[in-house]
Design a protein around this ligand. Structure first.
Ligand code: ZN
Length: 203
């Protein structure tokens, strides 16, 4: 398996999804509790051309120790998102790319006569190594192209998630837009209703 540097948006998305599987974010219920959940995670998020099978295959071969390594990786990546200074992000993400063998060129799936920069993994790499490389490239790519202000906590006051914003305008507010954004909308709606009731009873 290899991770192309051009795929940093996908890679940063995987990093965001990974940090938001913790029990802290889900109010006590870890969303990566066992190996089956890890396989499901890689099936769901490893959908970059050429990587789907690679990440999922590694997850299917994973041991309990690999799962623990993924849990540790989650903490490391979250710590980077929570302390987004340029130097810290670059140093931390560079360490995350350690399982890579170096840099190479791979065929570009979109242009048959062109190549892309990529970091290949060695054959003995585990799923934790692969996810570490994905997170490292995602973070480096975002720092390089979008800047360190793209690493943020979730905007919902009741959520402890965090995310890497890879949207073009850079105005993403929630770690899980469908969920946390809706929660905030519902809370705001209730607050408005309560305010309206209050006004009508005091009149
Ligand atoms: Zn959130």
């Amino acid at each position: 398996m290899q991770v192309a540097f051009d795929d940093y948006v996908w890679a940063a998305g995987v990093a965001t999804e990974l940090v938001n599987t913790t029990a802290e974010v889900w109010h006590g219920a870890d969303h990566l509790p066992d190996l089956a959940a890890l396989v499901e995670f890689t099936d769901q998020h490893g959908d970059q051309p050429g990587n789907r099978t690679a990440l999922s295959d590694l997850a299917r071969r994973a041991s309990k120790a690999d799962l623990q390594a993924v849990h540790a990786l989650r903490t490391t990546v979250r710590d980077l998102i929570d302390h987004p200074t340029r130097d810290q992000l670059i140093a931390g993400a560079t360490t995350l790319t350690a399982p890579a063998l170096g840099a190479t060129l791979v065929p570009d799936p979109a242009h048959h006569d062109r190549t892309r920069w990529a970091a290949p993994l060695n054959e003995k790499a585990t799923v934790a190594d692969a996810l570490s490389l994905v997170c490292g490239i995602g973070i480096l790519g975002v720092v390089h192209t979008l800047g360190e202000q793209r690493f943020r906590p979730c905007g919902s006051p009741t959520c402890r998630g965090a995310f890497i914003d890879t949207t073009r305008p850079g105005r993403r507010r929630y770690c899980m837009p469908g969920l946390c954004g809706n929660r905030v909308n519902v809370a705001n709606h209730r607050a408005r209703q309560a305010a309206t009731r209050e006004r009508s009873t005091t009149q």
